[in-house]
Design a protein around this ligand. Structure first.
Ligand code: SF4
Ligand code: SF4
Length: 501
């Protein structure tokens, strides 16, 4: 790897007492309010691979706890049975979505629209108030990188200084062995994540069955695991923060979603500047130790004023600087959660047009989503005319023939009763006169024939088909229309044929 050209991290250790002075290019840029370079790209255009230093502190503990809890949830959800199915199971084979015992059928996918827009508005609202909380605490990219892959890396190659040293060292048996061990574990971790992801769609036993069979028997699943695990390995072994900087659209949207009153991780330049070593006359609180830069996973310097696209609000620089401030016996909070307005000496305004707008959209979204989900019934049915003529006129009667599709979305058998409301007198119902038991998560199609005697026929009419279960825990209804010839024409025809009514 070529030597870093921009914002170089220290080579002599991770201790704040031994920072490596930045090279001239970075030194001139770091006092500027903004910068015109990318921290992870060298001047010759090659990638500068970051090795963020370890950090400890209040926010790091919270992030670690949350990150490990999220990984545990990801690992466990496919294994926890609720109502006979995994707690979260997108059953692609059956077209069902099981969510903690709540089952949605393929016909209910329209609800996803409300679910996704609700999450979107929630993210807008949160970003307007607190910036990129999602990125720093809950994004899978951050969670897996910080709490799985970087841990593996640290376990095998040591701290940031040791890793940089290993990067620069010539190839030796020791270096090869470490690299093989690290990348071997990366590949295993990527395969484990991908197989678990597949289990969310086909269940754990099915994944196990696929793993025990030859790849050609499940070539689509095999191909998916191969490609997805490869992409994960590439991302977490090499691409890393580039995904946040170059690909993720959310990072780019933050400048549109946030403003000067958004509370996010920032540097108090009023208190920190002019920066200078301890004992420098008239210096601000920042002792220019560069520790905040060393711990940053995207390699940026939080002391540049204004919002930086690369900042994922991971809070590592807060903990790093607080640690330094305690050591030099100055108040903590030089880097902290606050708004740009407050950093400039003003007040943070919580209520402003964008927070009102996003808040209103969020409340509307929650109300609509709650209503939409409350209307979901544990069953569904459809009624269609049988193929062929819309109606049949026989010597004695007029008939309409339908097919009724009953769908049971429960994880237990349900006995459906089907009846017609609003039928004129004399109409006979053939079919579906007794309860129909439908197996769990299954559907059944049954014929329904309505017959009217010619002598009582008075023309087309409308009725309502009602479907309930025995306990009447739900009631579904659909309008149907009985079609037939004009009653007077039929009467005339009968008279012409000498048929008496
Ligand atoms: S902001 Fe804090 S951590 Fe960063 S250089 Fe200044 S004193 Fe060091
Ligand atoms: S600037 Fe601070 S909060 Fe932002 S990514 Fe770097 S370390 Fe994390």
């Amino acid at each position: 790897m070529s030597a870093p050209q921009i914002n170089p991290p220290p080579s002599s250790g991770d201790k704040f007492s031994k920072p490596q002075p930045p090279k001239p290019a970075a030194a001139s840029a770091r006092h500027a309010p903004s910068r015109d370079f990318v921290t992870t790209i060298n001047e010759d255009g090659s990638r500068y691979f970051l090795h963020p230093a370890d950090v400890h502190g209040f926010f790091t503990r919270i992030r670690r706890f949350l990150g490990l809890a999220l990984i545990a949830v990801y690992l466990l959800l496919p294994w926890i049975p609720v109502g006979g199915y995994p707690a979260l199971f997108l059953d692609v084979g059956e077209g069902r979505f099981h969510f903690f015992g709540f089952t949605l059928a393929a016909q209910d996918t329209w609800l996803l629209f409300f679910g996704l827009t609700g999450v979107g508005f929630g993210l807008f609202f949160l970003t307007a108030l607190f910036g990129r909380l999602w990125c720093g605490y809950a994004c899978p990219q951050t969670v897996f990188l910080d709490h799985l892959y970087r841990r593996i890396e640290r376990m095998i190659e040591g701290d940031a200084a040791s890793r940089r040293q290993l990067d620069r060292a010539p190839w030796s048996s020791g270096k090869i062995a470490r690299r093989i061990a690290k990348h071997g574990l990366y590949i295993l971790a990527s395969l484990a994540i991908t197989h678990l992801f597949l289990a969310y769609f086909v269940s754990v036993p099915e994944v196990w069955h696929m793993m025990s069979a030859a790849p050609r028997e499940h070539w689509a699943a095999f191909l998916f695991v191969f490609v997805a695990a490869g992409a994960l390995y590439f991302n977490f072994a090499w691409f890393r923060e580039q995904l946040c900087i170059v690909i993720c659209p959310y990072g780019r949207m933050q400048s549109a979603l946030s403003d000067d009153h958004t509370v996010t991780v920032g540097y108090d330049a009023k208190r920190g500047e002019p920066r200078g070593k301890v004992g420098t006359p008239d210096a601000g609180a920042c002792i220019d130790c560069n520790r905040c830069v060393q711990v940053c996973p995207t390699g940026i310097d939080i002391r540049h004023t204004s919002l930086q696209l690369e900042c994922i609000a991971c809070t590592a620089c807060i903990d790093a600087c607080d640690d330094i401030m305690r050591k030099v016996q100055r108040p903590t909070g030089l880097i902290r959660y606050d708004s740009l307005a407050a950093f400039r000496g003003g007040q943070t305004r919580w209520i402003r047009p964008r927070t009102i707008l996003y808040g209103v959209l969020l409340v509307i979204g929650i109300c609509v989503a709650t209503f939409a989900f409350s209307t979901v019934k544990p069953a569904n049915f459809m009624v269609m005319r049988m193929t062929g003529a819309a109606y049949f006129v026989d010597r004695d009667d007029v008939r309409n023939q339908f097919m009724v599709r009953l769908l049971n979305k429960r994880n237990e058998p349900v006995a459906f009763t089907v009846r017609l409301e609003g039928l004129p007198a004399g109409v006979v119902q053939n079919g579906l006169t007794a309860p129909v038991t439908v197996a769990p998560l299954a559907e059944q199609v049954s014929p329904l024939v309505l017959v009217v005697q010619r002598k009582t026929y008075t023309g087309p009419f409308k009725a309502t088909l009602v479907v309930e279960d025995a306990a009447k825990s739900f009631r579904l209804s659909r309008p149907i229309e009985f079609l037939g010839p004009d009653a007077q024409l039929l009467l005339n025809e009968d008279r012409a044929k000498g048929i008496t009514r």
